[in-house]
Design a protein around this ligand. Structure first.
Ligand SMILES: [Zn+2]
Length: 462
């Protein structure tokens, strides 16, 4: 393949020859060979394919087949009732209705009785947008209740409330069902120029790894994939384009795990050749993770997911321990208005920081956290530049990045989050995305960028 007149690294216009999945030549006026397919870039920017360093593929696929239950699609209880009823009419008579992205701003705290007012005939489950909570209606409770009562269902005076916290594995086991196919997710990501992803789902184990391997081998998913998960992954056999990632430690400050056990688990991860990745959305989560990493010792592959609240003293420790941070700049745009209400004023300056990390020379990479965030990395990059909530409020404006820094969050290698941006150079894998405009125009509004073509290993995937 020959790419004509591409703008490379925002500076020069050149042609690119791609052979055997790699960039074979870069230069002006490369000769067209008889068997060359030609892609005319017309002076638009050609970039390394993007890597989303934090998302959840299976949940994203499931979300695409679910009813949105929160903003922006659904904002009021009436909207929600309408959407659920419509989904009920469309679903097979005995089928589940699955809602996602619920936020209390829609209809307050939900329980089974609230859900029963909307849907009684079919089992309905709605996931809170934190991803930690499911709410089930009475028909759904009927389907999942265990005979022995040894279940994780929340109860009030002995009666299940319909609320189920942090029990995805249990719920999956009760409901059964197939893993959703990943075709649509792969295509969607390819349209954004994404050629690699890191799946950060904590319960990924051997079975999930094998399913990802099948999805890649069968062409369902064309992106390179790094799979984080639990210690079960240690035995997984890596293959082309599919690698084991860090062990994921999912912290919730209300219920932090045993400190010594956590240190032991970090050492086990390191001994198995993996990093440790800590989900930290509160100051307490982060303080706990940093203490445990300090005690257990660190590895270059260790990372903090989110680091949603990073006050100066903890940021200094992140730097000292040499940890990478994988942030979600899109949350400022998507949830900023909610943060302004829910996050204490004294912590708001430390919310989803960006420039503060770069200034301290902390390695920083970006992930959308789809489906809990919008999967469009271009919207995330623009949010990193503007630091504005959906309602237009400035959120820690001094944490904003330049468009080039925002892009770099998604162009560093999956194995080295926050490391150097991948380059377009002879010998590099032809994982590329061609924009619809030159960089000088793209940088004015990254959210407006459209990707004209995406290449993975020299093959066009979008
Ligand atoms: Zn996540």
């Amino acid at each position: 393949m020959l790419i004509r007149d591409a703008e490379i690294e925002g500076r020069r216009i050149a042609d690119l020859r791609i052979e055997d999945g790699r960039i074979a030549a870069v230069g002006r006026g490369l000769e067209r060979r008889a068997d060359d397919t030609v892609l005319d870039a017309g002076g638009a920017a050609l970039l390394p394919g993007l890597h989303d360093h934090h998302l959840h593929l299976v949940a994203l696929a499931a979300a695409q087949a679910s009813v949105p239950c929160g903003p922006p699609q659904v904002r009021t209880a009436d909207d929600l009732a309408r959407s659920l009823r419509a989904a009920g009419d469309a679903a097979p008579a005995t089928g589940w209705i699955r809602g996602v992205g619920y936020d209390e701003s829609v209809a307050g705290d939900l329980d089974r009785d609230a859900l029963d007012r909307w849907v009684t005939q079919r089992p309905l489950r709605i996931q809170h947008r934190s991803g930690r909570l499911w709410i089930l209606n009475s028909a759904a409770l009927e389907r999942v209740r265990a005979a022995d009562e040894a279940d994780p269902l929340e109860r009030s005076s002995g009666r299940p409330t319909g609320r189920l916290y942090d029990a995805d594995a249990w719920l999956r086991q009760r409901i059964g069902g197939e893993r959703p196919a990943l075709h649509a997710v792969g295509r969607l990501l390819a349209c954004y120029g994404v050629t690699g992803v890191t799946d950060t789902t904590p319960h990924n184990g051997l079975a999930e790894f094998a399913a990802f391997a099948r999805a890649r081998a069968g062409g369902e998913l064309c992106q390179d994939l790094i799979v984080m998960g639990d210690a079960g992954l240690d035995a997984a056999a890596e293959c082309h384009g599919l690698r084991r990632g860090a062990h994921k430690f999912h912290l919730h400050d209300a219920e932090l795990p045993d400190f010594d056990a956590t240190c032991a688990a970090i050492r086990r991860a390191h001994a198995a050749g993996s990093g440790a990745a800590f989900h930290c959305v509160t100051r307490a989560d982060l303080a706990f993770a940093l203490s445990a990493l300090r005690e257990a010792g660190t590895d270059a592959a260790d990372r903090i997911e989110h680091a949603a609240i990073a006050p100066p003293e903890l940021l200094a420790q992140i730097r000292e321990l040499g940890l990478a941070v994988v942030t979600q700049p899109n949350f400022i745009a998507e949830r900023g208005d909610e943060y302004r209400v829910r996050v204490d004023a004294d912590e708001r300056p430390w919310l989803y920081r960006l420039r503060g990390f770069l200034d301290a020379r902390v390695r920083l990479a970006g992930g959308t956290d789809a489906p809990f965030g919008d999967p469009n990395p271009w919207a995330a990059m623009q949010a990193a530049v503007t630091r504005r909530s959906g309602g237009g409020a400035a959120m820690g404006a001094d944490e904003g990045l330049s468009p080039e820094q925002a892009l770099a969050l998604f162009t560093c290698a999956g194995e080295r989050p926050g490391g150097p941006a991948r380059r377009i150079a002879v010998g590099a894998a032809a994982d590329l995305c061609l924009l619809d405009r030159p960089w000088a125009r793209a940088r004015q509004d990254l959210a407006a960028v459209a990707v004209r073509a995406t290449l993975k290993g020299g093959r066009r995937i979008a």
